[in-house]
Design a protein around this ligand. Structure first.
Ligand SMILES: Nc1nc2c(ncn2[C@@H]2O[C@H](COP(=O)(O)OP(=O)(O)OP(=O)(O)O)[C@@H](O)[C@H]2O)c(=O)[nH]1
Ligand SMILES: [Mg+2]
Length: 340
């Protein structure tokens, strides 16, 4: 397996596409391959773009791709779609948006459906990003749709989080309230060619000012204008960038800021933090999935019927039933896979 990992190092798109087909969407990737991949990656910061559907994430990434290609960079893009909420047509949308790069050997775009993974991110996303890194794509960009609290998962995977918002997407304010801004290294307000963007910008800045006020323990920290013209709060909050992805206005400046952040995240210290954070996220996601699956299986067993009757008849407390369930689920998880 490690030879396969070695072969992929700096490989072309055909080899990479073949390797990706080995990454099982159900998450049962060969453990030795997975270990080899993990050991051989982690140097490249991954750039995450998240935000409501249709806000312009793919258009923005496409515009960044053009500029990164001019700098001679090879870029990998993983576009994740929550399959439950979207049609196949929409999934194709990301590719269409970035179609002009399809013939470019140095841009690799992979669209992934999430197959019910609540966080929108699955092990497959991470494996694909690792494969791209191994094949020499740098940066690796991950696009996810911010549809709710679970989307905050991107923060455990990406090293640099760009939250994209836009006027006319009614759920923006809810997302802001749901903590989306907290995971942002940068907040992009896109579609600033539309007049309604002023209101959104105002709301975002107010929310960030409120968060900065809370962080500083109640001192008033005014929003400061940095040298590139975007605003940042003095208490270390994210920068707010005004953008028109479609016309390209503001993209150059955003890229400069992204590259600055990217450089800062290539130190050995940042790499160590990244490794720990990714591993914690992977363990958490896998363990949650395994526990959830085992609990569901036990709940449909004859044993569970007894517990339900006992609870219903007032013979057991809920705590007692949950303890029994947990013990049975644990035993289930510890059985060899062939016994399950
Ligand atoms: N007016 C305006 N429209 C834009 C701008 N950027 C993108 N759009 C349009 O917004 C629509 C959605 O763009 P996408 O890039 O597909 O948005 P997305 O966030 O990737 O969408 P999903 O992947 O489906 O969530 C398209 O019709 C774009 O042309 C902009 O700066 N101004
Ligand atoms: Mg998109």
């Amino acid at each position: 397996m490690s030879e396969l990992v070695d072969k992929l190092r700096g490989s072309g798109r055909r080899a990479l596409a073949r390797a990706m087909s080995r990454v099982d969407p159900a998450g049962r990737t060969d453990p030795a391959f997975e270990v080899g991949l993990r050991r051989s990656t982690g140097q490249v910061p991954w750039w995450g773009f998240t935000g409501p559907p249709g806000v312009g994430k793919s258009t923005l990434i496409d515009a960044l791709l053009v500029r990164l290609r001019e700098q001679g960079r090879r870029i990998g893009v993983v576009a994740v779609d929550p399959s439950s909420a979207r049609s196949n047509g929409a999934l194709l949308g990301d590719r269409v948006r970035m179609m002009r790069h399809a013939v470019d050997d140095d841009v690799f775009i992979r669209s992934l459906a999430t197959h019910g993974h609540e966080g929108g991110l699955s092990d497959t996303t991470i494996h694909c990003a690792r494969l791209m890194e191994l094949a020499g794509y740098d940066p690796v960009v991950i696009e996810t749709v911010g549809v709710g609290q679970n989307e905050l998962d991107i923060a455990s995977v990406a090293d640099l989080c760009v939250v994209v918002l836009g006027p006319g997407h009614g759920d923006d304010i809810q997302l802001i309230k749901a903590g989306l801004l907290e995971i942002a290294d940068m907040v992009v307000v896109n579609k600033c060619d539309l007049p309604e963007s002023h209101r959104l910008l105002k709301e975002v800045r107010e929310e960030l000012a409120g968060a900065a006020f809370a962080r500083s323990g109640g001192r008033c920290e005014p929003l400061a204008e940095d040298r590139s013209g975007s605003t940042t709060d003095a208490a270390g909050g994210p920068q707010v960038v005004e953008l028109e992805a479609k016309s390209g206005r503001g993209v150059e400046k955003l890229l400069e800021q992204l590259l600055d952040l990217d450089r800062a995240r290539r130190t050995p210290e940042a790499q160590a933090v990244r490794g720990e954070r990714r591993s914690l996220g992977e363990i958490r996601r896998s363990a949650m999935a395994a526990c959830g699956g085992a609990i569901e299986r036990v709940l449909t067993s004859p044993e569970a019927k007894q517990w339900i009757a006992q609870l219903n008849g007032g013979e057991s407390s809920l705590d007692a039933v949950v303890s029994q369930l947990a013990a049975s689920a644990l035993a289930e998880m510890q059985q060899p896979a062939s016994d399950v």
